[in-house]
Design a protein. Structure first.
Length: 78
């Protein structure tokens, strides 16, 4: 089972960008939480997406239509 998990992770890392945490990203998450009332974890998700320069973040419970610095949140269950 472990080798299957490892091979899945390796396959995903070949096609996905992995965004490492940084001091700047953690501070951005804190500002997002203060400024936009995101939950603790949602603020980290949005900060990661912004840091990775994503343009679309698909969510099941975040603020649909929220935009910031070229990123738009699309709540698929709106």
């Amino acid at each position: 089972m472990q080798s299957r998990i490892r091979s899945t992770i390796e396959a995903l890392m070949k096609i996905c960008v992995v965004q490492d945490y940084s001091k700047e990203m953690l501070l951005l998450a804190s500002r997002l939480r203060d400024d936009h009332s995101f939950s603790f974890w949602d603020s980290h998700i949005v900060a990661g997406a912004l840091t990775a320069q994503c343009t679309l973040l698909v969510s099941e419970d975040m603020q649909d239509g929220f935009t910031k610095d070229g990123l738009t949140i699309n709540n698929i269950f709106k």
